[in-house]
Write a protein that binds this ligand. Structure first.
Ligand SMILES: N[C@@H](CCC(=O)N[C@@H](CS)C(=O)NCC(=O)O)C(=O)O
Length: 252
């Protein structure tokens, strides 16, 4: 299923179809949305209540929205319409106590989130290196080359970087920003969970080098509300339509 920037939806029942998962996050639901930052709160279109999907499409297509989102996910909070995951988190985190109050910490958390956003795009590009609108099967050869580079060069580089961030945190290596949990930690949890799903063999090998990151993942997963979310229906299992997909031939 693909939602294009113009709001057109192409639906395909084929396996390995062009991706898209999407979400329309309204005020009352934003706490749930904030429980993780990244793809899990993009509800696949097929699972959205019909009303929600219709409302979202109407909104995206409307010519009268002053600050139109380019794409979902977006958040409506009162009169504000906020798109881009990192931007949504920038808005939500101080309201939910998921970032320290001072400006330096907020910028730092935002910087980490933007780096994670770049990382997410690179994960996506392992299975769709040529175009998001083409089927995986139409770009399998390129995907293989791209995935090899991702596994051997890019993935260790990102993991090294975030491991150093933990190591250099003057408030201790338990969290990425300051002395307590922030949304950057929630995003890192999701990255590790997703990478384990997509690249189980590679991650099993690499993880032994990053005990701090693995410990962070585990620390996040047992937090009371996160654990409740993970065992609830709100947690969508990883699948072959999302950013993180498992194609054994792309794993190393
Ligand atoms: N950088 C954006 C990415 C948003 C995104 O990829 N949205 C997808 C939904 S899965 C979309 O509808 N894209 C439409 C397009 O790029 O044309 C974010 O983090 O929110």
């Amino acid at each position: 299923m693909l939602i294009s920037s113009t709001g057109t939806i192409k639906v395909s029942s084929a396996q390995g179809n062009p991706i898209c998962a999407t979400s329309y996050i309204t005020g009352p639901r934003y706490r749930a949305a904030a429980s993780l930052s990244g793809s899990p709160w993009r509800t696949p279109v097929g699972r959205l209540p019909k009303r929600g999907m219709t409302a979202m499409m109407r909104f995206l297509e409307s010519r009268s929205v002053e600050h139109p989102p380019f794409a979902p996910p977006f958040l409506k909070a009162g009169r504000l319409v906020i798109a881009q995951t990192a931007n949504i988190l920038l808005f939500l985190a101080p309201r939910l106590g998921l970032v320290p109050k001072n400006e330096a910490s907020r910028l730092w958390a935002h910087q980490l989130q933007l780096t994670i956003a770049d990382w997410v795009v690179e994960v996506h590009d392992t299975h769709h290196p040529i175009a998001g609108g083409l089927y995986y099967e139409e770009q399998k050869r390129e995907a293989k080359r791209r995935a090899t580079d991702f596994r051997t060069e890019r993935l260790p580089k990102f993991l090294d970087y975030f491991d150093q961030v933990l190591k250099r945190n003057p408030k201790g290596s338990d969290y990425l920003v300051g002395k307590t949990v922030s949304y950057a930690d929630l995003s890192m949890f999701q990255m590790i969970a997703g990478l384990r799903y997509a690249f189980p063999r590679t991650m099993a090998r690499l993880e032994t080098r990053y005990p701090r990151l693995v410990a962070l993942h585990d620390r996040v997963s047992v937090r009371r509300r996160i654990a409740a979310y993970l065992s609830s229906e709100r947690r969508l299992p990883f699948n072959q339509q999302g950013i993180f997909r498992h194609y054994p031939e792309l794993d190393g």
